[in-house]
Design a protein around this ligand. Structure first.
Ligand SMILES: C[S@@+](CC[C@H](N)C(=O)[O-])C[C@H]1O[C@@H](n2cnc3c(N)ncnc32)[C@H](O)[C@@H]1O
Length: 305
């Protein structure tokens, strides 16, 4: 596009609107917020779509205008906004985002909020807590637990060393490194020790849960820029979830909670399965505004007196 010194927000907005298509799992990314976030980033003050407000944008000079046009071109070419700004907001916390791990999604806030309520109640009753988050990716859930509950010690893991590198940068960025420990490994394997077995107050997981066939059909902004390992849950999408449900009870203390995110159409079947599982005493489901179950919490059976 032709740009002059008088190029305004509304001119650039028209340009963004020409190529922008809404993505269902990134509802916060409107054309206006995308442009505002890129504008702030070009001025050296990167913000997420959630934080981007057209009303309070800094002045553009020649150099920052050049950077902004470059960022708009990269967005138009399909690069995710969070990779351009290197920021994503999750449960009100500003995190670093990069290609190394999944960009935290709004839908995962359903699990995060439900888990935080349990963590808050347990901390009030019992004091210091041990919380484990597996498949932690960028460390978004682990960071939120430690950020909002000062009595929580959080241990988190991921199979991907790259994701753990980003998670480490995030806990440093948030000043949480003393209470969030990060490990690389397969699901619960990094926690196979007396320190964790039978001792976790809350065990959370947002696993890959998309079937292999559907992963191939995902929007190119997702499939070409975010790690495949963050999505692929095997032939039926639930292989990692099934392994988690099988192994989690051994790690929970009596009365502790298992919480995990589920994909569209998976919730009712998984909740029924947990209700039949003698290791769990109570099962709670949490739905999105459309009524779709997106998170399940199950309470480990307390030891009978
Ligand atoms: C859907 S992403 C979730 C990331 C993050 N918790 C979030 O909410 O944005 C799933 C994560 O699980 C990790 N993963 C996949 N298979 C795993 C396994 N067997 N053990 C541990 N982590 C695994 C992936 O590397 C990815 O970071």
């Amino acid at each position: 596009m032709q740009v002059t010194a008088s190029t305004t927000f509304s001119d650039l907005l028209q340009e963004v609107e020409r190529f922008w298509t809404p993505l269902p799992d990134k509802p916060e990314e409107t054309a206006e917020r995308i442009l505002s976030a890129l504008w702030s980033t070009a001025c050296g003050a990167p913000v997420s779509a959630d934080r981007a407000l057209p009303a309070s944008l800094p002045e553009l000079d020649g150099e920052s205008l050049g950077r902004l046009l470059g960022l708009i071109e990269r967005k138009k070419a399909g690069v995710p906004l969070a990779h351009l700004t290197e920021r994503q907001t999750f449960l009100g916390i500003d995190l670093l985002a990069s290609r190394e791990a999944l960009i935290p999604r709004k839908e995962t806030e359903i699990l995060g909020r439900a888990a935080l309520v349990k963590i808050g109640c347990m901390a009030k009753k019992r004091g210091p807590l041990l919380v484990v988050d597996v498949c932690t990716g960028s460390g978004n859930l682990a960071s939120a637990y430690a950020y909002y509950e000062p009595q929580a010690r959080v241990c988190a893991s991921d199979l991907s060393p790259e994701a753990i590198e980003l998670a480490k940068r995030n806990v440093e960025f948030l000043g949480l490194a003393k209470r969030v420990e990060l490990r690389v490994g397969d699901l619960l394997e990094p926690f196979e020790s007396p320190e964790f077995v039978g001792r976790c107050d809350l065990l959370s997981c947002n696993p890959p849960y998309i079937s292999t066939a559907k992963v191939k059909q995902m929007h190119p902004e997702i499939s070409q820029h975010e790690p495949q390992a963050a999505f692929n849950g095997g032939a039926f999408g639930v292989s990692i979830l099934m392994k988690l449900v099988k192994n989690a009870p051994r790690f929970l203390r009596p009365g502790g909670w298992l919480g995990f995110e589920v994909g569209h159409g998976q919730g009712a079947g998984l909740a029924r399965q947990l209700e039949r599982n003698p290791a769990f005493a109570a099962v709670e489901t949490y739905s999105d505004p459309g009524g779709e179950i997106r998170a399940i919490l199950a309470k480990s059976r307390p030891v009978l007196p």
